[in-house]
Structure formats: structure tokens, C-alpha cells
Write a protein that binds this ligand. Structure first.
Ligand code: BGC
Length: 618
């Protein structure tokens, strides 16, 4: 991007040599936007600011984001006797499109892309995402998640492309190329073993041998680094009881040493504080373990003080600080940040491609390819566009539900209001099948108690019914399936202080989690109407009963803003091509019974259109 490697090294050396200890420590500090002003960015020489999930400036339009970034950038670039001009690097969780921002194109979460089996598409998604991130004046995205999810009870299963490290590895390089191609900065996360925790507990302990850690969880990072991933985020989980945030062997020896990673390592949300009772000790442990930039959303001033004391007291060597800051500067030079100018003046800032038709078409293609057909009894699919089709279920006219977590809010949103643009499943069906009738769904915002009014009770003869069922949006530990447990203070975007982390539920059985879904299916199938169930969920669920009561069954994952892609396939414009990216549990779920193996997925065998040759679908 920004010149030859040797030139960059020279620039890094030169700049580093001019920096004071305070300026260096500032570069290593990453507060959250609500806790730091542009003026403080300059005064404390802050190297990076982030938005936590759902943390948005102004009215949350791209122009608001550009204005905010412009203010931070301008402050960071005012050079005087106390401050050097080093551009700020702003970070967001654009993990399925720049989905924090209103009107963004929201892509299927990673699990759906894993089902699509299309690396070329993944690279294109990376490019489009990077453009929409750039439109907000932002340079850095905390993606891709390279977790290899091994237990679907984990609340972050949807962030994982597959349980197969080979698939995650193949995608890793493509998504990094897509995200970084135009000068953006990607962040491979969470180093390492986040998808392997015992019982799928978020931020839990990955109890595996080193051989397994390398083969399953480290392997995908190899291709991410080969593709030039500039940053890596450390996992809040542990490996065999030792926190990754303090793991010198994993960060310094394996990632930076053996694997030759030359970018910088950022900690996760408040990941440093819990390392030790004493704050200074925790900071020293993390930095000595090899963390270069510390995500310290609120208490960043304390961090700065503690690191300064650590260096002055000899607990952290100056060479370690120089290495950390050198890496941060290298990334800023390599991505071209120093040459980019102020956010308002950048090409693509507040650009018209944000949420554009062309971008949404890529997302809709991804939706079509991500759907997995699990059952098609009597060839109920494809549905007839001229038929009388009842369309119902809680999720049927709810774009928020389709998007899941990390969309507008950290935990996602329900309903259509805050997902601007795009189509719900109903909106997609209505556009292709004029005879379709919307069942008694009251706006899609329901909480899943008792079922929507009249669901399954519509009078009349129907040729078939589409029932959209599944999970409400969630993110991180709030999506876990387990017993409620104590909140680990600080390491979540939850209010600080003690409390109980309420997981999504304590079973994978949909009939227990959301009994209204099964009731709706049975209400219709009991009247002789063939039901096509469309499951919207962040993971495979135990759906034995729902499957038995339906004629057709589609796993739609979390498709994002373009629900119309579901209609494209249900009505036969395109065939199903998706295959399960992970095994699908049956029985009672936790006994390890596999109903469908990874790779399973039916075809209808009839479709009006096919994908262009070379479109990448395997
Ligand atoms: C998550 C990260 C995310 C960070 C910033 C953390 O809670 O674990 O994946 O990038 O927050 O929002």
C-alpha cells in the first residue's frame, strides 16, 4: 500500500526515535468513544479509539461517523511541542457488514457463509464491507472471527464459518484480502481457541493438547497471516486454565516468533484487568505477554498510569514498549493511514455506495447460497409463485431478527424499524408471489410468548404455508446455552458490577426454547396444509419435532438484511446449494447425537436460474 517494506521500517524507526514514553504509551491505549474526547486524544497521544457494539455517534448515519472520525483525526494530527502528528486508527466490529450503522448492507453471519462454501464470494463480501466501513470514515474492522466452533451451545457459534479448520482457513485468507484490499485494516480474532471452550461457554477454558490447539484453532491464522492480516485480537478465553491475555508463549513465541506475525496484537474488551488483583501487575503481565495495544474502554487513564509505573519500575522493559509501538506505527504506515488525509476528504467517505443496490445484491447472493435444505417431502419445494401461500411465524416480517447480534446494537434489534433498506422474508415473498397471504403476525416485534395472534388459525384453503421460526438476536455469552452463572465483571459490554449472566437458555431444543414455533407448524399441518419451516438461528438447534411436523425444512442461519434471498430460493428461481458447516444435533442435543453430518444439504433439482459458471460455489 504505502511503499516498500524497507522504507516503512525506516519511517517507523525515525518516528519512534522522536517519541517520548508518554507518547508511546498513548499509542498503545484504545479507549471507547463515549469515554474519550478529541481533545483527550491529543493530550494523551491516544493511538486508537473504538466503538463497542451499538456505540454510535449522532443519528448513526455515515455522515455522523465521518464527522466523529474527522474530529478524532484532526486532534491526533495537530503537531506541537508536546504532541506528534500520528493519525488515529478507529476500530469497529464490522463482522457482517458495517452493521452498527443505520442503512448498512448486512451480510449473513459467518455460519451462513460457511454453508455457502464459496471463498470467492467471501472475498467480495470483504471488499463491500470495507467500502461501507470506509464510507463511515473508519479504517479498522475487528474481523474476521476465525473461531472454529466445536460446541454449538456457544453463543458466538454464528461468528464461526465452520467446525472444520480447513474451511475457516480457506476463508480466512480471502476475507482478509477483501477487507484490506483498499487500505483497510483487518483483525483476526480471537487468538486463540475461542471456539473450543469446554461446554461452549463463552470466555471459558479450552482444554486441549497443544497438538489439537495447533491443528484446529491455530491453523486458520496461517492463511490470514499469509494474506497479510495486519492485526490480531486476543481471546478472553483460556487455554488449559491459563488466560490467553497473559499467555506469553502463545502471543510472543508462537504468533510473533514462530509464525512471524509483524502486525500488532490488541487485547479484547477489558481483557487485561481480570489478569491480577493488582492493576499494575495485570498491565505488566499483558504487555509482557506480547499485547501491543490495550482495549481499555473506560479506565484508560488508569491504564496509562499503570503502564508508565510499570516501565519506570522496571516491570516492563522499554524494548517491549518500543516493539509494541513500532508494530502499531508499522500498521499505520502499511495501510497508508499517514497518506490518507482527513476523513471528510477521503474518497468514499459518506459515499453513495453505502447500502447501495449493488452491495445489497452481493448480500442477497450470499443469502441464497447460505440456505441449507434439510427436508423436502413430496417435493413441496419449490413453491408455486401463483399458489395461495400462507406466510407466518414470529420471524416472518422482522429484518432485525434475520440480522441477529452485532447489528445496530451489540445484542441486535427486533423488528424492521432500525434495519433500513433490505427485505424481510415476507417482503421478499410478497414481491414474487402475489397470491401469498401474511398470517396474523403483529409487526414481528413479539417476544415469543404464546405465538402471534391468530398464527396458524387463518381461515381458508392454502396450497402451502411458510413458517419462519427460530431464535431472537443475541451476542456473546448472552447467547450461550447453559445454566445461568455469575457475570465476570468487566469483560463484557454489560453494566459493570456483580450479577448473573442470563444465557439464551439451558437447552438446544427449540420446542422448549420457543414452543410457539412447534404450535404454529402443527396448527397448520394438522389442517392438512404442507408447512415449509424456515429456521432463523445462529446455530443448529434440536428440531426433531419441528422437522417431523413440516414437509419442508430450511436452515437459513442469520441471513442479514436481504431476506428476499430466501424467497428467491423457496420459489425456485435458484436451487439450494448450501451444505451444513457443522454437524446438526438430534435427540436431546447434549448426548452428542448427530442428526445430519457436516456437509449435508439437499437440492430441489429444479431451478429457473443457475449461478454463472466460475461463481465459486463448490
Ligand atoms: C468482543 C470482541 C469485540 C469487542 C469490541 C468484545 O466484547 O469479544 O469480539 O471486537 O468487544 O466491541
Amino acid at each position: 500500500m504505502a511503499g516498500r517494506a524497507s522504507d516503512i521500517e525506516e519511517r517507523v524507526r525515525e518516528l519512534l526515535a522522536r517519541m517520548s514514553l508518554d507518547q508511546k504509551i498513548g499509542q498503545m491505549t484504545q479507549p471507547e468513544r463515549t469515554h474519550v474526547s478529541p481533545e483527550e486524544v491529543k493530550r494523551h497521544h491516544i493511538g486508537s479509539v473504538l466503538s463497542g457494539g451499538g456505540s454510535c455517534p449522532g443519528d448513526n448515519r455515515p455522515a455522523d461517523w465521518v464527522a466523529m472520525n474527522d474530529a478524532y483525526w484532526t486532534a491526533s494530527m495537530e503537531e506541537d511541542e508536546d504532541h506528534l502528528a500520528i493519525p488515529i486508527l478507529y476500530g469497529v466490529d464490522a463482522i457482517h457488514g458495517n452493521a452498527n450503522v443505520l442503512g448498512a448492507t448486512v451480510f449473513p453471519h459467518n455460519i451462513g457463509l460457511g454453508a455457502a462454501g464459496d471463498p470467492e464470494l467471501v472475498e467480495r463480501i470483504g471488499r463491500v464491507t470495507a467500502r461501507e466501513v470506509r464510507a463511515a470514515g473508519v479504517d479498522w474492522t475487528f474481523a474476521p472471527t476465525l473461531a472454529v466452533a466445536r460446541d454449538v451451545r456457544w453463543g458466538r457459534t454464528y461468528e464461526s464459518y465452520s467446525e472444520d479448520p480447513g474451511v475457516v482457513g480457506e476463508y480466512a485468507g480471502r476475507i482478509v484480502r477483501g477487507l484490506q484490499g483498499g487500505g483497510g485494516v483487518a483483525c483476526a480474532k480471537h487468538w486463540v481457541g475461542d471456539g473450543g471452550t469446554r461446554d461452549g461457554v463463552d470466555q471459558g477454558d479450552t482444554v486441549v493438547s497443544e497438538e489439537e490447539l495447533r491443528r484446529v484453532h491455530i491453523a486458520p491464522y496461517v492463511s490470514a497471516l499469509e494474506a497479510g492480516a495486519l492485526t490480531v485480537m486476543v481471546s478472553l478465553s483460556s487455554w488449559n486454565g491459563e488466560k490467553c491475555h497473559a499467555h506469553r508463549y502463545l502471543i510472543r513465541d508462537v504468533l510473533k516468533g514462530e509464525m512471524g506475525f509483524r502486525g500488532f496484537v490488541v487485547s479484547d474488551w477489558n481483557g487485561v484487568e481480570p489478569l491480577a488483583g493488582d492493576h499494575g501487575e495485570a498491565v505488566a503481565m499483558a504487555v509482557n505477554a506480547g499485547i501491543d495495544m490495550v482495549m481499555v474502554p473506560e479506565r484508560w487513564m488508569e491504564f496509562i498510569g499503570a503502564l508508565r509505573e510499570g516501565v519506570e519500575g522496571g516491570d516492563v522493559a522499554v524494548e517491549r514498549i518500543d516493539d509494541a509501538v513500532g508494530r502499531i506505527l508499522r500498521v499505520k504506515f502499511e495501510c497508508g493511514l499517514f497518506e490518507r488525509g482527513r476523513p471528510w476528504g477521503r474518497r468514499g467517505a459518506n459515499g453513495s455506495s453505502f447500502g447501495s443496490r449493488a452491495h445489497r445484491e452481493v448480500a442477497r447472493e450470499a443469502v441464497r447460497k447460505s440456505l441449507v435444505l434439510l427436508k423436502n417431502e413430496g417435493g413441496v419445494l419449490p413453491l408455486d409463485k401463483g399458489g395461495r401461500i400462507l406466510v407466518t411465524g414470529w420471524g416472518v416480517d422482522d429484518r432485525g431478527r434475520l440480522c441477529g447480534g452485532f447489528t445496530v446494537e451489540w445484542q441486535g434489534v427486533l423488528g424492521n424499524d432500525r434495519i433500513e433498506g433490505g427485505t424481510s422474508v415476507w417482503e421478499g415473498i410478497r414481491a414474487v408471489a402475489p397470491g401469498a397471504v401474511l398470517g396474523g403476525v403483529g409487526g414481528g416485534g413479539g417476544e415469543g410468548v404464546g405465538g402471534p395472534p391468530g398464527m396458524g388459525e387463518e381461515e381458508g384453503d392454502f396450497d402451502a404455508a411458510v413458517v419462519v421460526i427460530g431464535e431472537r438476536p443475541y451476542a456473546e455469552g448472552l447467547g450461550d446455552i447453559r445454566e445461568a452463572g455469575p457475570v465476570r465483571p468487566g469483560t463484557n459490554h454489560l453494566p459493570a458490577g456483580p450479577g448473573v449472566l442470563e444465557p439464551y437458555g439451558d437447552t438446544l431444543e427449540l420446542a422448549v426454547l420457543h414452543p410457539e414455533d412447534l404450535r404454529a407448524i402443527r396448527g397448520l399441518s394438522g389442517r392438512g396444509i404442507p408447512v415449509v419451516a424456515v429456521l432463523v438461528s445462529g446455530r443448529p438447534l434440536v428440531v426433531d419435532e419441528e422437522l417431523a411436523a413440516s414437509a419442508g425444512f430450511v436452515a437459513a442461519w442469520l441471513p442479514g438484511s436481504e431476506g428476499g434471498g430466501v424467497a428467491d430460493v423457496l420459489f425456485g428461481d435458484f436451487d439450494f446449494v448450501g451444505r451444513l458447516p457443522m454437524g446438526w444435533p438430534g435427540g436431546v442435543g447434549d448426548a452428542g447425537e448427530v442428526l445430519f453430518a457436516r456437509g449435508y444439504g439437499l437440492r430441489m433439482g429444479v431451478a429457473r436460474r443457475s449461478y454463472p459458471p466460475g461463481a465459486g460455489t463448490r
